[in-house]
Write a protein that binds this ligand. Sequence first.
Ligand code: 1GP
Length: 270
Amino acid sequence: MVHEDTSVRDFICDRSQGTRHGIVIDPAEQSPDIAAKRAIAAVSAGSKMILVGGSSDTDSNNVHDTIVAIKEGLELVTWASSQDSVMDENNWKIPIILFPQGAASLSPAADAITFMMLMNSTDPRFLIQEQIKGAPYIRNAGINPISMGYVICSPGGRAGQVGKAKLLLPNEIEKSAAYALTAQMYGFDMLYLEAGSGADKPVNPDLIRSARDVTEITLIVGGGIRDGATAKIAAMAGADWIITGNLVEEFEDASELESVLSEFIKEMTN
Ligand code: 1GP
């Protein structure tokens, strides 16, 4: 039986909370220790989801070690705040979610997995084959699947190349709406519009708006978002989640990262 705990999915898909911020940690880009420090800084700043994954150089070992380190780090802070009457321990209970490049980079320690179809891939591997490979493992490990349509928009970056995506162009407004409708008709929990990590331009807000206008699906937007003002534009267009990756990797110092992300989230939500 597929794991029935729907609490993580409900938390992620709850659209009543306004636009929230999440981070993506690429296990190939830092040690598990540093990843944990970054995750703690982000959660302390107000981030509400931690995705773990990357487009290349991830395998189940570095994915697993990274997830375990983040989990242990957050558990420690949760415990510390439970001993402190001023701090709310619930603020630290943030899901750690696998954001996999394929069936070879999974970990049973994750709270959930974005079980995704790369909807505009030209390769059946990313449409359905990796999913078939991974599904039995996901069931046996008891990881909660959160179904997701993943659409890579130009410029697309490494994710677009690796996933052999026929990129969604900034002017393909109706096509974006059609992808959103298709994702909803498949019963997917969420739709992720991705410009690619490190993109020089984020997803065109008109693509976000057209997807938002035709569906109630939870919308995630990421790629090339480096400041709160850009995040706010995506939020106003209808994004439920803004994901940043590179920004998090830029700071060695955790307290500096925390203050940059606090400012980012404040600007995004104001
Ligand atoms: C990757 O969209 C995310 O899936 C993050 O992109 O690294 O550009 O923030 P950035």
